[in-house]
Structure formats: C-alpha cells, structure tokens
Design a protein around this ligand. Structure first.
Ligand code: UTP
Length: 230
C-alpha cells in the first residue's frame, strides 16, 4: 500500500481551539482511502503566541522554537484522537512518535501515524518531507488555509497569481525569498522542505485543507484546484 504524507496546518486542526469537526471530516477521507498516511501537524496560532511570549521574556530563538514544538505535539495528539474517534478504533497509532524512525516502526503496524515537530530551527513542513523520505512516500500534501502556491502573498497583493504546476527550482526560488527562519513566521513552504522534495523528487501538492474534494484528488495524485510540484 502506497504512503502519502500530509503536512497538516496547525491553523486547520487548532485555529485557537481544536476544530474537531474539521479533523473528523478529514479523517473520513483518510480512513476510506486505499493509502497509508504519515501526518505532521503544525503549531497554528497557539505556537505563534507562545513563541512570541518566550521572546518577550528574553528567551532565545531556540527556546521559542521549543515552546512552539510543544504545541505541534499537542495538536498532533488532538488529530490522532479525532481520527481514531471517527474510525471507532485505532487506525492511527495511539503513540505520537518523537522521531522519524519511531514513526517508521509504527507505520508498519498502523494505517496512519501522526506526529508533531522534532528539532528547533525547522518547521513541520520540513518534518513532513523528512517523514516522506523515511517512509518512502509516494507524495506529500501541504494542507493549509491557502489554496495553492502564489507568486506573492495573495492576502497582501491582489495581483498575486496562483500556479497550477511548478518545477522544484521555481518553488525553491519563491521559498528562498520568504525564508526568515524565526518561530511562528510564515513561509510559502519551508525553504529546507523545498530543497528536500527536490533532492528526493517527491511530488508535492498544495491544497486548501478545507476543500476536501481537492484533498481527496491530491491523495490520489489526480488534478485538483491547488498547485502541483513535480
Ligand atoms: P509550524 O510548522 O506550524 O510553523 O511550526 P509555521 O509554518 O510557522 O506555521 P503554520 O504552518 O503557518 O501554522 C510552528 C513553529 O514551531 C517550530 C518553529 O518555530 C515553527 O515556526 N518548529 C516546528 C520547530 O522549531 N521545529 C519543528 O520540527 C517544527
């Protein structure tokens, strides 16, 4: 059975408080799919707030990252519980792995493995691509509240154009322009994650996570309303 890895935005799972309804709807699709899944959940608003608090109290960027990672792990647990509740059994590993090799072991036993962040200095986008390499996944899906990759920030620039398809080189160039590398800042897709999908030639799909029809198509590698990188 082929594996698909999801980089699941924290803003979808926990926009301030857990969105259990959304996770349950997504879970239905994952449970019905003929794929296995590795999921890395982001930190969302709470991660950004806690990182800011650490900085205000004189904490280092390392400490801000550590605090943000804790939220990614909490969100991963929320997602795991909701998936298993929707399935009525443990389709997702009840243990949220801390490392990629632990995730690989659990993936031998469970259809779905959900985890959070790992080490400071990266984001869950990079974790998702590392997990995809580790699990030899067929493709990676970036599920967020943006419906694809744009030439510029669509919220700030109304002329920003959405890409249907992009090459790895085009994505790397775009992500490089937006890479500030501080906790809780927004990248198109983490620059390191872009370099990693390019080195392993992993097909990547950028989809609005709430457009469940597109999510379903992206899981199967079929055309959808988002952006495909290959
Ligand atoms: P996210 O992956 O959610 O970051 O991790 P993001 O891209 O800033 O947020 P979204 O996708 O828009 O919601 C939250 C923060 O946790 C730390 C980073 O500081 C990151 O910005 N983090 C996460 C790490 O340091 N290491 C990890 O492995 C994961």
């Amino acid at each position: 059975m082929a594996t698909v890895v999801l980089s699941l935005g924290g803003s979808l799972v926990n926009p301030g408080k857990p969105d259990r309804k959304y996770v349950a709807a997504l879970a239905k699709i994952l449970i019905a799919a003929r794929h296995k899944f590795g999921i890395v959940v982001g930190g969302g608003k709470n991660a950004r707030l806690v990182a800011e608090k650490v900085r205000l109290h004189g904490g280092s960027e390392y400490e801000a990252d550590e605090a943000a990672i804790a939220w990614t792990k909490k969100n991963a647990k929320i997602a795991m519980h909701e998936i298993n509740r929707a399935a009525g059994k443990d389709v997702a590993s009840p243990i949220v792995p801390e490392t990629f090799s632990e995730a690989r072991q659990l993936s031998n036993k469970y259809k779905i493995v959900v985890m959070g962040g790992t080490i400071p200095g990266i984001t869950t986008d990079t974790d998702a691509v590392l997990l995809a390499e580790c699990l030899k996944a067929e493709r990676v899906l970036n599920l967020s509240n943006v419906d694809g990759v744009y030439s510029d920030n669509p919220k700030k620039n109304p002329k920003a154009k959405k890409f249907g398809h992009m090459t790895y080189a085009q994505l790397i160039a775009l992500a490089g322009k937006n890479d500030l590398r501080t906790a809780g800042t927004h990248f198109v897709f983490d620059f390191v994650a872009c370099k990693l999908i390019a080195r392993s030639k992993i097909e990547a799909h950028f989809v609005d996570g709430r457009k469940l029809d597109s999510v379903k198509k992206a899981i199967e590698g079929k055309p959808h309303t988002g952006t495909v990188i290959r």
